[in-house]
Design a protein around this ligand. Structure first.
Ligand SMILES: NC(=O)c1ccc[n+]([C@@H]2O[C@H](COP(=O)([O-])OP(=O)(O)OC[C@H]3O[C@@H](n4cnc5c(N)ncnc54)[C@H](OP(=O)(O)O)[C@@H]3O)[C@@H](O)[C@H]2O)c1
Length: 253
């Protein structure tokens, strides 16, 4: 799978939250394609470790930024423009979840989940959209979740935020189509990363989830990264406003 080829050489791709997990996998594949890659995260140590693991080099820039903070997002894009002079693709990959019920949740926690998923994706997409509109070219891909279309008790706020990102995807696709900018989303089922480790590392929960997935396993980061690269590439020039399910067939049941 690692040898698949996409026409992404020299393309400048900003990945939010690329210091580990799915974003890190996407960054590694993109660097292998000769793309120029920007990753971000809140923790400097995570970024330093990721840069080392990705082999560093002139094609990689790591920026410490919280995507729900407007000043941080401005700095992320300013540093990208200063270093690479343009931006071809934005991958909205950051997401976080805290298990909480809607009726009992504190407003501050509700806002934190909506901020890190939906508001951060809005801030980054708005910034990238303005730059891409000038260039009359670009692609935005957001990682959502199967939770956007399946109401699950105590996981619902995350699902509500991800559903918002899917609608944001469709709206942006409409608003930016005449500027030759394609906007799409990828909705995975459970992926083996730190994010969902409390679930997949528990054999009972793991087996329950696998029973809902026709292909009989949870996803690996590469299962999500490859379709993301496709949607970033010119092979996807005529696809916009879509959410691609990467869920081993779970949503087709
Ligand atoms: N893993 C799954 O089962 C699964 C399933 C469906 C969808 N997804 C979605 O896939 C995406 C990636 O998830 P993952 O599993 O790779 O997560 P992960 O392993 O927790 O990695 C998250 C990355 O985002 C960064 N990050 C988190 N909050 C941030 C913020 N506010 N600002 C900037 N960076 C931030 C983290 O670095 P710092 O901690 O240093 O900030 C890290 O680099 C998310 O949108 C998630 O909702 C995951």
């Amino acid at each position: 799978m690692k040898n698949l080829s996409y026409d992404l050489e020299d393309k400048v791709v900003v990945i939010t939250g690329g210091s580990r997990g799915i974003g890190f996998e996407i960054a590694g594949l993109l660097l292998g394609q000769g793309a120029r890659v920007v990753i971000c995260g809140r923790k400097q140590q995570g970024l330093d470790d990721a840069v080392k693991a990705l082999g560093g080099g002139d094609n990689l820039l790591a920026v410490s930024a919280h995507i729900a903070k407007e000043d941080d997002v401005d700095r992320l894009f300013t540093q990208t423009m200063d270093r690479f002079g343009t931006i071809d693709v934005l991958v909205n990959n950051v997401g976080m979840n805290i298990v909480a019920g809607v009726v009992d949740v504190d407003f501050s926690l509700w806002k934190k989940i909506i901020d890190s998923n939906l508001n951060g994706t809005f801030l980054c997409s708005r910034k990238a959209g303005r730059i891409m509109r000038e260039r009359k070219k670009g692609k935005i891909v957001s990682i959502t979740s199967i939770a956007a279309t399946r109401a699950a008790p105590f996981m619902g706020i995350y699902g509500i935020a991800k559903a918002g990102i899917q609608m944001l995807t469709r709206v942006l696709a409409q608003e930016l189509a005449s500027f030759n900018i394609q906007v799409n989303a990828i909705a995975p089922c459970m992926v083996r990363t730190t994010f969902s480790q409390p679930f997949w590392s528990n054999p009972e929960i793991h087996d329950q989830i696998v029973k809902t997935i026709p292909l009989g396993r949870i996803a690996e980061p590469a299962d999500v990264a490859h379709p993301t690269l496709f949607l970033c590439s010119s092979g996807a020039d005529f696809i916009t406003g879509q959410t691609l399910m990467v869920d081993g067939g779970a949503s087709a049941v």
